[in-house]
Design a protein around this ligand. Structure first.
Ligand code: FMN
Length: 358
């Protein structure tokens, strides 16, 4: 199978690139012939809307740029894979410009009785191309992809493509911050490679693989909004431009919410109130475990609790990441435990650590 992969990400080393690389690796492993095109590095001008390309059977665009070669690849391809970040609820501009420049393939409309609607008449040398879209968005899956999925679907229907799969990777900053050491992120990354392999071998991608690739990282919109708030705050406080992905890896506000999420109810105590105090930040949190659930709240003053843990925020991040020696830190007084110290020593048992949070 000849596959044309179109990459629409302007940012290098971002989430789109990482996911597209994995999908491409899977494609190659399957034996597919891959034409991997980075649209952002090409010279592709805007469609001028002149309709010159609709002259004759095989029209040619009047613009002399890199698009001519890519149109030839598209014409010959059995499948098209688009990978793009989501920018303003749509595909990125590079990819949109690409589709506009595909106008030489359009030869008007016809009524498709089976579809009960209109399709474009096309002049592809090879019809019935399979179509896969991969998107990376920082927002939640539903709101971020609603419009773009609809657009891709319309393109596929109009051009007679078989829309094999739409893989939507939402929550991209959270996704990056947890890094490949998180089990969930590892599973997600693997799913992109498997998806490429399956698609190259069968022209399809199984529901289960798509589901894994799209796994939600925050368990609710509320938790997502809290974590997103941290990213934006970190970014605002940076003096160097760039999103605060790396800082977020060690931000205790995100890590504590991750801890809550990773509670193992059958191992955890029925009830326990744990307070965290980070004097370097003046942050105080209450972690409440109750009947198999764990909730995190902010405190403005010390509260009644079963255990209070006091240390600096970076030290807690190091403890969770197993980069600090707990006994040494207790002995030096950098880590202070007040209340039921046994709660602390058995914590490792009732939170799925360290795989989930590191
Ligand atoms: C101009 C711009 C517009 C964006 N619009 C959206 C959006 O509408 N919805 C969303 O969820 N994320 C949006 N994002 C976030 C990106 O989709 C997200 O950061 C993604 O990971 C970018 O891909 P990359 O990591 O390959 O650069 C936007 C980012 C930029 C720079």
């Amino acid at each position: 199978m000849k596959v044309l992969m179109l990459r629409g990400n302007p940012r290098k080393n971002g989430v789109t690139e990482r996911l597209a690389d994995l999908f491409a690796r899977g494609l190659r492993e399957s034996g597919a012939e891959l034409f991997d095109v980075d649209l952002a590095s090409k010279n592709i001008g805007l469609c001028r809307g002149c309709f010159a390309c609709s002259a004759g059977e095989k029209g040619r665009c009047v613009i002399d740029d890199d698009m001519a070669d890519i149109l030839d690849l598209l014409d010959e391809a059995d499948a098209v894979v688009c990978a793009s970040p989501i920018y303003f609820y749509a595909m990125g501009a590079q990819l949109k410009i690409f589709w506009e420049r595909c106008f030489p393939f359009i030869r008007g409309y016809y009524y498709d009785a089976e579809l009960g609607g209109m399709r474009n008449r096309t002049n592809f040398s090879k019809d019935g191309k399979k179509f896969v879209t991969i998107g990376a968005a920082s927002g939640r899956i539903k709101s971020s992809f609603e419009a773009v999925t609809h657009t891709y679907q319309s393109i596929a229907t109009a051009l007679g493509f078989e829309y094999a799969a739409d893989i939507r990777r939402a929550e991209s900053p959270h996704f990056t911050s947890l890094d490949a050491k998180s089990l969930r992120v590892r599973k997600i990354l693997d799913a992109f490679e498997i998806a490429g392999r399956e698609f190259g071998a069968t022209g399809k991608i199984s529901e289960a693989v798509i589901k894994t690739a799209e796994l939600e990282l925050a368990e609710s919109d509320e938790v997502f909004a809290q974590n997103a708030g941290v990213f934006w705050e970190l970014n605002k406080n940076r003096n160097v431009a760039g999103f605060g992905f790396d800082d977020a890896k060690t931000d205790v506000r995100i890590l504590l919410r991750e801890m809550c999420r990773l509670l193992i109810p059958k191992e955890a105590p029925e009830k326990a109130d744990i307070e965290f105090y980070f004097p370097d930040k003046e942050w105080r949190f209450a972690m409440r475990i109750n009947s198999g659930k764990c909730e995190l709240g902010e405190l403005s003053a010390p509260s009644e609790c079963d255990l209070r843990i006091t240390c600096t925020a970076p030290l807690w991040a190091d403890i969770l990441g197993m980069r600090a020696n707990v006994m040494e830190k207790l002995a030096s007084g950098e880590l202070l435990l007040e209340g039921r110290r046994r709660l602390f020593s058995s914590m490792k048992k009732y939170f799925r650590l360290p795989d989930g949070v590191r």
